[in-house]
Design a protein around this ligand. Structure first.
Ligand SMILES: [Zn+2]
Length: 616
């Protein structure tokens, strides 16, 4: 399949696809996805030999989504376990929910982390999504529904992609595989109108676990209304549990389906849209970034496309870009713009190459950050400040919605310097985005929803949290500044956040709740955490040195000693994270002591991190 005639590069029937998969057993499947495989030059065994390709080739194929080579090589890495799984384990599907995502363990080998996203579990989840989608969409379309599937660089990507494909096809829906893709591109595929690329699709599934370790994986789901929320995910998991119980009762078997499987190079559509956006912002110049030296660090995730397919098309030099090659073992650093080692790596690359700008993405490219030419990191509060400055130039007075751990300095920057409004909401990118949408619906204009994690969504981009699009907004600024003769390089960005006040000291401490402690009295960690917060709230009210934040949507946020702290309950884990930002370490200790005094009687709370911090 060398030539890509038109845009659809493969078109085969699922039934046929199943037949071929049956030739390969689960043992090979396990081997091909094992983490230790990278150190093994050869995997032996007849099953692999039948494919006629080496283990390393398989690995390369899985990394690059096979370059759409041919059906056999794609499928050899996707053995169906139809006839080779003797019995299925019972599964608690609801435990796979992580807010508005599904997350689990997909690769064996890490102690204490058994595989939860097996092929049958994955197939059940995909079939459940298909059923959910049929319920939602059947009234408004006459044609067969279709679902796009993409994945990041994880080593379990192929295995899960094939199980997802079977699940979708088993419900009679068409499957369109994109291969290596970014999460935002998947949402975009529900909006693109282009028959040649089989767009729009009715639903999209991204196989990713963002920045989590190599053995994890998971799913994000989209329709043209955006990412699915918590309630929908719960619904899908309940449906999946029912489908799985049929597998348990009747045996897990592969059924022939009449739906078709197609492969489409959708990332070329998505990246050309990004290129067009920058060209347009610069006044329709073909190469608005001509001569700019911009370095990309994709952390071996899915974001490597940004260098060759976006920046270079716009005229930028990308020499010195690093870790663009997908590698699901993430050998260089965690692809995470909040991670210190990751930010250090991109900063060093910018300085070593004397580049104008550095850009870093998380694994699935829904988060990003930048580094200016002097090595100054533009992530977390600084990225929010920068994006706020850009958006408030375009929409004066608008409301910027952020997560709860943003700094006080950011609030005064947005409100006093930029003339906007800062609506500090809860943690969780979906919460932040949904709040911005809600504000607009009640007549309070908002154009930007952004988290310190680097998730950011703009109204102009369908409220899609897209790390690549955030960076496009920065590029627009560089390009338009040059076009209007207002200086060169990243200084135009740095100058925008010049007056952002930043705390001299910032720390996050995590107080764990021991769920098996008798102090919980059989209740949930959530209930216990709420009681801790209530108690802290009362404690603060009686202390004249401390002031509660007048408006607060999550946890207990308090000002004092020239800084602030926030104690909140984690969205998913039995943990109370404590954030403190102050002018000095000494002031932070004073705030820490206040919290320590208020929570000391809670026996099930592990305060060791806090105790250590406040020790003289
Ligand atoms: Zn992500």
């Amino acid at each position: 399949m060398a030539a890509m005639s038109g845009k659809i590069v493969q078109n085969v029937f699922i039934a046929q696809f199943y037949q071929q998969n049956r030739q390969f057993g689960t043992q090979y499947q396990r081997d091909s996805c094992a983490p230790y495989m990278r150190t093994l030059p050869h995997l032996n065994g007849g099953k692999l030999a039948r494919t006629g390709i080496s283990s390393m080739q398989v690995r390369d194929l899985s990394k690059y989504q096979s370059g759409f080579v041919n059906l056999l090589t794609v499928n050899c890495n996707a053995a169906s376990s139809a006839t080779t799984v003797p019995s299925l384990d019972k599964v608690d599907f609801l435990k796979l929910q992580n807010g508005s995502d599904i997350r689990g363990v997909a690769v064996a080998g890490v102690e204490g982390e058994p595989v939860s996203l097996t092929e049958p579990v994955t197939e059940a989840i995909a079939a459940a999504f298909a059923a959910w989608l049929l319920d939602k969409k059947k009234a408004d379309t006459s044609r067969q529904l279709r679902v796009s599937i993409g994945h990041d660089s994880r080593i379990s990507a192929q295995l899960l992609q094939d199980a997802v494909s079977r699940g979708i096809a088993s419900a009679g829906l068409d499957v369109v595989q994109y291969g290596l893709a970014s999460t935002p591109a998947m949402f975009n595929s529900t909006l693109t109108k282009d028959d040649a690329f089989l767009c729009p699709v009715d639903g999209a599934i991204m196989i990713t676990a963002s920045h989590l370790p190599y053995n994890r994986n998971g799913f994000k789901f989209f329709t043209n209304a955006g990412g699915l929320g918590k309630t929908d995910i719960k619904d899908i998991l309940e449906r999946a549990a029912n489908i799985y119980s049929i597998f348990l009762a009747e045996g897990y078997s592969v059924k022939k389906a009449s739906a078709s499987l197609k492969k489409v190079d959708y990332m070329s559509v998505y990246t050309s849209d990004l290129v067009k956006a920058v060209r347009k912002a610069a006044g329709n110049i073909e190469k608005p970034l001509d001569g700019f030296h911009i370095i990309v660090d994709a952390g071996n995730g899915a974001g490597g496309f940004f260098a060759a397919k976006v920046l270079e098309h716009l005229g930028a030099i990308t020499a010195g870009s690093q870790f663009l090659e997908p590698d699901g073992m993430f050998p260089n650093h965690i692809p995470n713009p909040e991670d210190k080692a990751a930010m250090k790596a991109i900063t060093q690359a910018v300085l070593d190459n004397k580049a104008d700008l550095g850009i870093i993405f998380d694994t699935d490219v829904d988060r990003s950050a930048a580094v200016d030419s002097t090595g100054r990191e533009l992530n977390r509060n600084r990225l929010i400040a920068l994006m706020s400055a850009i958006v408030l130039e375009e929409h004066p007075g608008t409301t910027i919605v952020t997560d709860s751990v943003t700094s006080d300095g950011l609030t005064s920057f947005i409100e006093k310097k930029l003339g906007g409004k800062h609506h500090r909401f809860k943690r969780g990118y979906k919460n932040v985005i949904d709040e911005a949408i809600r504000l607009n619906s009640v007549g309070k204009e908002s154009h930007l929803a952004i988290e310190t994690s680097g998730h950011g969504a703009l109204k102009e981009n369908h409220w899609l949290d897209d790390g690549a699009y955030l960076m496009v907004k920065l590029l627009n600024k560089l390009a338009s500044a040059r076009a209007s003769g207002r200086g060169d390089g990243s200084k135009v960005l740095t100058d925008l956040v010049d007056s952002l006040e930043e705390p001299a000291f910032a720390v996050e401490l995590r107080l764990k709740i021991n769920q098996s402690h008798p102090d919980l009295k059989g209740g949930s960690f959530r209930d216990y955490g709420e009681v801790v917060l209530k108690h802290l709230d009362n404690h603060i009210a009686s202390d004249p040195k401390l002031q509660k934040a007048p408006v607060n949507y999550e946890g207990v946020r308090v000002s004092g000693y020239g800084g602030w702290f926030l104690l909140r309950l984690s969205l998913h884990d039995p943990v109370l994270p404590l954030n403190i930002e102050t002018p000095s370490h000494e002031d932070a200790v004073k705030l820490g002591l206040e919290v320590a005094a208020a929570v000391k009687e809670f026996q099930a709370l592990d305060t060791s991190a806090l105790d250590k911090f406040v020790q003289p």
